[in-house]
Design a protein around this ligand. Sequence first.
Ligand code: G3I
Length: 340
Amino acid sequence: ARGVLRDKFRNKFLVGAAVTPAQVAEGQTEADILKDQFNSITAENVMKPGALAPTEGSYTFEAADRLLTFAQANTIALRGHALLWHRATPDYFFQGTQDEVKARLEKYVTDVVTHFKGKVYAWDVVNEVISDDDGATAPYRNSNWYQAAGGADYIDWAFEAARKADPDALLFINDYNTELTGKRARLLQVVKDMQDRGIPIDGIGHQMHIQAATPVADVLAAIDDVDNQFMGIINHVTELDISIYNDPASCFKNQTNCAADYGNNIPQTAVDDQAQKYRDLYNGFEARPSVTSVTTWGVSDAQSWLNGYPVNRTNAPLLYNRDRAAKKAFRAIVEPDFEI
Ligand code: G3I
């Protein structure tokens, strides 16, 4: 029935999905699904620097503005993703002296946040700035940004500029693998240090691209750790999807020993396990008041990035199948009595 998903979590958290402009076009099935069941969207790609400012000094807001128009017309909130990232960002951002890099960064953040002022209610200000290991630059990722800025100061510059441009927007640090204890410890240390320096930060974005066997407890522990260690920091689950596979580290590293492609014959146990996991996760998020938004990274399985990552393979990580029909996972979430 209309609205059962978003209504189940009303006054708890916004129910979101990552989208493309094509998906929200008039008459698209995804657009109808979004109007029907969701109250938040995130741009899967068109609000990244490469999309908004492909060449220095000129902006291309048209695609992003189509998402904004759709959101406003349907009373759907718009999450901004992402101001600074080490990917999907033109090379010119990283050129010149530290002062030039800083001035360019501040201008970009100011211009983009100002364009969406009062319309984008929350921004992923920095995306994936935490290191995956305890290497030389830990807890920070040794990225193009880190190199160009001569260290991690660029994170502060971005948050300060964003706050100044739109004091009402919620500002997030967003990262993956927060369900892993090492990565999470580095992330929380960085947030603590930012707060100690007086940098304006409102929340932590947990991407939550998880695998079939990722324990639900590990995901919820990420939320609980934030709640236990901070006062007033909110949690957004920003990019949730549950792969139907379990891949070893080598698959992510060099695409070896990846789980075999199920093709169109996904085992019933995988479908059921995923539904149970979605149910347990949404129940867990609902029970944690610091979680104020839960976004899946896409609408239907047909369009998920996981069909191409870590290898080309049929995946089915979302709430709607390839025919855009609600999956068992959807019913598992919205119907407490539904037997998986
Ligand atoms: O639009 C172009 C098309 O014109 C061109 O012909 C084609 C050839 O490669 O590329 C198309 O762009 C691709 C774009 O997705 C749209 O499909 C890019 O190559 C491809 O790199 C891009 O991938 C996106 C990726 O971020 C990099 O920006 C994925 O869709 C998107 O799901 C993914 O999202 C990220 C989050 O932002 C951050 N967290 C991880 C998550 C998954 O990687």
